[in-house]
Design a protein around this ligand. Structure first.
Ligand code: ADP
Length: 263
């Protein structure tokens, strides 16, 4: 498609020059489609716990009005559904905030060894709950990158939480830092679990919004399907890449490849 826009002329009068704009309508349509899909998905995800809440409220007002045991049970479920909506809204807000920011991320100096230790400390309750020990293995070297500390905390928190949720329950999770072999200007930070792994056909789609290998298992584990798309968007701002390795039965490794900027 071609749009022709007249260029305004100094002093008014009919424009004598024209600017030809070649717009890629297919790309526009794809973006529009993604936007509507996103709104539809988000509404659906919010509607599910909301419908369940309304159902339980009606039951409590009617048939279960005088049943003390049922009341307790229903209230516990309602609380979990409300918490689920709250997690979804938090993740939707994080995602939209990060998408609104333009790259690049501010160039603060971030030491990845300190950062991984901070995240491990922050996640102690989660690790304890799932009985997971997180080991940190660092090959000799300086692992300093440029970026936004809090955003990178979010990246590694999401990856480690996923390793606990889907990967290793009662096992270990290995965090490692190394320089990429043959690429001394690239740092590889990996979160490795020894869980069931992910079938190959799912791997390329994991960072799509709301994509889950198993929706029920993700819900049961308090997932929203947004964690890895938040990770992806933060990494885009850092010119970093996410590389996923997974082998059914062997576990998964989510590696972030950071470029080291020239001084
Ligand atoms: P969720 O909120 O469901 O955890 P994510 O975007 O963080 O969403 O992850 C998307 C899906 O990828 C999860 O639902 C899960 O099926 C799969 N997944 C993520 N990390 C792992 C892992 N370490 N091992 C196995 N599956 C994983």
């Amino acid at each position: 498609a071609v749009d022709v826009l007249p260029l305004a002329q100094a002093g008014g009068g009919a424009p004598s020059r024209f600017l030809l704009l070649f717009r890629d309508r297919t790309a526009e349509r794809r973006i529009e489609r993604m936007r509507t899909d996103f709104v539809a998905n988000a509404s659906h995800e919010l509607r599910t716990p909301l419908s369940s809440l309304i159902g339980f409220i009606e039951t409590l007002q009617g048939p279960a009005r005088d049943d003390q045991a049922a009341r307790e049970r229903f209230l516990a479920i309602m609380r979990e559904q409300a918490a689920r909506m709250s997690r979804l809204i938090d993740d939707l807000l994080s995602l939209s905030q990060i998408e609104m920011k333009r790259p690049p991320a501010p160039g603060h100096t971030v030491d990845l060894v300190e950062l991984l230790e901070d995240v491990r400390h922050l996640l102690e309750p989660v690790l304890e709950d799932s009985g997971v020990t997180a080991e940190l293995e660092v090959e000799p070297g300086d692992y300093v990158v440029q970026g936004e500390h809090d955003e990178l905390v979010q990246v590694f928190s999401n990856l480690i939480e996923n390793a606990c949720k889907y990967g290793a329950s009662g096992e270990r999770v290995l965090l490692s830092l190394a320089f990429e072999p043959g690429e001394p200007r690239t740092i590889r930070a990996t979160v490795r679990d020894f869980g069931p792994g992910i079938a190959a056909e799912h791997v390329p789609r994991l960072t799509e919004r709301f994509y889950r290998v198993n929706v029920e298992s993700s819900r049961a584990k308090r997932g929203t399907g947004l964690g890895l798309s938040i990770v992806r968007n933060i990494l885009l701002r850092h010119s970093a890449r996410l590389v996923i390795w997974s082998e059914p039965g062997m576990g998964s490794a989510f590696s972030v490849l950071f470029p080291i900027r020239k001084k």
